[in-house]
Write a protein that binds this ligand. Structure first.
Ligand code: SAH
Length: 215
């Protein structure tokens, strides 16, 4: 399978026509080998326009949604980012190419370990991983310039609001199971300003300050 050709098609048929314009973002989508983050039995679909199961009942988002969230974070290269929901590690790898460092938290040990092995194999040195409840944030490493939550919640977990720097941005699928709006928040003078991006569907954020307390 010619993954380089499929990656080019993904960018040119899914991302550019739907309005992803930031050239740094597009360049990274041409480059990062998405198929390596997809379970082997699903690799034929690695560059397809839909979410894919990654184990533990979780999914990797379709490429366009990953690109849209990345573009919304408006990265210039020096940022310290917190990601909640490492999953396959693909979103973290994309972010790591566009920022200074990524701190990513995953609640499933199985997924976190797989992602860690991949980051080591692919040479990502600026991604730090932790297994645990991301709704509590990562207090020892706060504050963050950007926070990305890749699981759905009806509100922003309060520790994450506290760990976002003033002038920082946070994005998440805001809503209930099966129905969410991708929402971008900006923190200015310690107030949050929100901007709705589009409808979306993510797996639930599960944790103390999440949509579900446990599953
Ligand atoms: N960003 C991922 C997509 C993740 S799907 C990727 O690029 O593949 C959402 C992930 O969030 C799942 O792996 C799920 O286990 C995780 N998750 C849900 N609630 C969480 C929590 N409270 N803390 C950490 N991870 C959580």
């Amino acid at each position: 399978m010619d993954y380089t050709a499929l990656r080019k098609l993904m960018v040119e048929e899914q991302l550019i026509p739907r309005g992803i314009r930031n050239q740094r973002v597009l360049d990274v989508f041409y480059k990062v080998e998405r198929h390596k983050f997809i379970p082997e039995e699903q690799r034929d679909n690695a560059y397809a326009d839909f979410p894919i199961p990654i184990g533990a009942g979780q999914t990797i988002s379709q490429p366009y949604i990953v690109a849209l969230m990345t573009e919304c974070l408006d990265l210039s290269g020096g940022e310290k980012i917190l990601e909640i929901g490492t999953g396959s590690g693909y979103q973290a790898a994309i972010l790591a190419q566009l920022s200074k460092e990524v701190y990513s938290i995953e609640r499933f040990e199985l997924l976190a370990k797989k992602a860690k092995m991949l980051f080591d194999e692919l040479g990502y040195k600026n991604i730090k991983l932790k297994i645990g409840d991301g709704t509590l944030g990562w207090g020892e490493e706060a504050m963050f310039d950007r926070i990305i939550i890749t699981a759905a919640s009806p509100e922003i977990p309060s520790p994450l609001i506290e760990q976002l720097k003033d002038g920082g941005k946070l994005i998440l699928p805001l809503g209930e199971i099966l129905s969410q709006v991708l929402t971008l928040f900006e923190k200015k003078d310690n107030k949050l300003y929100s901007h709705e991006i589009c409808g979306c569907m993510f797996v639930p954020l599960v944790g103390k300050f999440g949509l579900l307390k446990n599953d």
